[in-house]
Design a protein around this ligand. Structure first.
Ligand code: G4P
Length: 527
């Protein structure tokens, strides 16, 4: 194995999916603690968008340092290099989450042990299913009175349609929680309370039916657990690594993120079993992570992450080869070679200039408006990675300025914020309106506040008669020109320069589709 291959094999790039409040932020923090990326828990503040008012969310967002620490986190753990990509919990940010999930190789699913499978988890699992992403499961909050565990496993199997293979099993719950039992190693892992913010002790006893375990846990607990484990083995599946890698089976771990227990017991397996960087599909061919030549794609863009520098960062998943500082890359959509000397990396949550990054890593490129979500960069080959879509927005508003002299600022702000992909800007062909489209309502408030804070523009929204948008394509140039002339009143150019049909109603859309059968109206856009 070459040095590069060896390094790639060490990478574990993943994201966490969960319903808001299941404990994603708390687990992230404890993972960073275990990876020595932070010294004391309590230093990572999450964006708890799930149950926050917009203003709270904006307040937290204003400290842009938070976003960066939670966007991408890299830390070493046991000979491996772990890349954790944040996925926003709030459903109004689901597009961002969707695209982030295109950039990972596996996923950790967090379930609240008291609640079981919840809405958001079901939706996010659907996304993972599209690519058969391998999934680890952590059932959280064992320090509380939670639901019957076998029942929760059953729910995961039936609702999420994935086989469960418990690796650890909780010993008691709530106030009586004493630790976890490893079904494969026959080891008892003892929970010590009061270690919420430090790396917890690792106390292990070999053998559940041992004198030491009986002394520690008590005979009653051991006897009950022995019986329960019998039942669990009968009711669940035996772990099969290949089935996990195919996305058909999930290893399940129990613990409490808040009280900081059970996560190491999971992470030790995660770095072992989770896949190293996998091959990625392009329009031409599959790209293997071990290829010598560099390639990568942009899955996320964030503007003004650091208000002092007012920069825009494009997050790139490296798919093959290595980035080295100062190298030339081909921006294939633009057909241009560019020299990149100042890509940033996210080691231990700090942002620093990166000398080298390899398959599986995430680097940040400074974007001056030329980079779009979905763009591919290579070392010369004309490739385009596929499967990183924009979705047609469902909600639309016309944007008006309070101070008409600030038009340029407004356009710039809307354009730059739309690059992030959460909102989309549409400019009609036959008037000067600026129409903002979004998938969730929260986005409108966020844009309004960010325009004020980051671009010093006050805007107001007005209702507009647009119901849905479709990206328009046609192989016949003449026909497209004809369509543009006749349908101009409902056509716009989006922030990426693509022709879009903005339909006043569903009926109008279907009638137009019927009238123009050779024109494609797409509800997702890829390059
Ligand atoms: P999220 O990112 O998935 O939205 O969840 P987050 O980690 O923010 O956790 C949501 C709430 O659940 C928080 O409580 C957190 O402290 C709590 N929590 C997380 N893990 C556990 C656990 O293992 N046991 C128990 N009992 N609670 C847990 P909060 O009161 O809403 O917020 P905070 O004031 O504690 O920050």
């Amino acid at each position: 194995m070459s040095q590069l291959q060896h390094e790639i094999a060490k990478r574990r790039t993943f994201g966490i999916i969960s319903h808001p409040d299941a404990g994603k932020t708390t687990i992230t923090e404890k993972l960073l603690l275990l990876g020595n990326a932070i010294q004391l828990a309590g230093t990572v503040k999450g964006k708890k968008t799930g149950r926050m008012a917009t203003s709270d969310w904006m307040q937290m967002e204003q400290d842009r340092g938070i976003s960066i620490t939670t966007s991408v986190m890299q830390f070493p753990y046991k000979e491996r290099m772990v890349n954790l990509l944040d996925t926003p919990g709030h459903e109004d940010f689901s597009e961002d989450t969707y695209r982030t999930l295109t950039a990972v190789d596996s996923v950790l699913m967090v379930i609240d042990g008291a609640k079981g499978v919840e809405d958001r988890t079901i939706k996010l699992m659907d996304v993972c299913r599209l690519r058969d992403t391998p999934i680890f499961t952590f059932i959280n909050k064992m320090d509380r009175e939670v639901r019957d565990h076998i029942e929760v496993l059953d729910e995961i199997e039936t609702v999420l349609n994935i086989q469960c293979a418990p690796i650890t099993w909780p010993i008691g719950m709530g106030k009586a929680f004493q630790g976890v039992y490893n079904l494969y190693k026959d080891t008892v892992h003892i929970f010590t309370p009061g270690q919420n913010s430090v790396v917890p002790d690792d106390i292990q006893i070999q053998g559940l039916d041992s004198a030491e375990a009986r002394q520690q846990l008590g005979d009653d607990v051991v006897d009950e657990l022995l019986e329960e484990i019998e039942l669990v083995r009968g009711a669940s599946h035996e772990f099969d690594l290949d089935a996990y890698l195919r996305g058909e089976m999930t290893p399940v771990f129990f613990g409490t993120a808040l009280a900081n227990f059970g996560i190491r017991e999971m992470l030790d397996y995660f770095v072992d079993w989770a896949p190293a960087p996998i091959a990625r599909q392009t329009n031409e061919r599959e790209v293997a992570p071990t290829e010598d030549k560099f390639s990568g794609f942009i899955f996320k863009i964030q503007a003004n992450m650091d208000p002092k520098h007012r920069d825009r960062i494009a997050f790139m998943r490296v798919c093959s080869g290595a980035y080295t500082r100062g190298m030339k890359m081909r921006h294939t959509r633009m057909g241009k070679d560019i020299k990149i000397a100042d890509a940033v990396t996210f080691l231990a949550g700090d942002r620093s200039n990166v000398e080298e990054a390899i398959s599986g890593d995430i680097i940040g490129l400074h974007n001056h408006g030329t980079i779009q979500i979905g763009d591919t960069f290579t070392q010369g080959e004309e490739l385009q990675f596929t499967g990183i879509p924009h979705f047609a927005p469902e909600l639309f508003k016309r944007v008006r300025l309070k101070d008409p002299l600030k038009m340029k600022q407004l356009q710039k702000g809307l354009q730059q914020l739309s690059e992030e992909g959460a909102t989309q800007l549409f400019m009609p062909l036959n008037n000067n309106d600026l129409i903002l489209g979004a998938v969730g309502v929260l986005q409108f408030d966020v844009v309004q506040q960010r325009l004020r804070d980051e671009y010093k523009v006050e805007c107001i929204y007005e209702p507009i008669n647009v119901n849905t948008a479709r990206w328009v394509e046609c192989d016949d140039e003449r026909m497209l020109e004809d369509f543009k002339r006749k349908g101009a009143e409902n056509l716009a150019i989006d922030g990426g320069g693509y022709l879009t049909y903005i339909a006043p109603s569903r009926v109008n859309l279907s009638l137009t589709q019927e009238r123009w059968p050779d024109i494609r109206f797409r509800d997702t856009r890829e390059h």
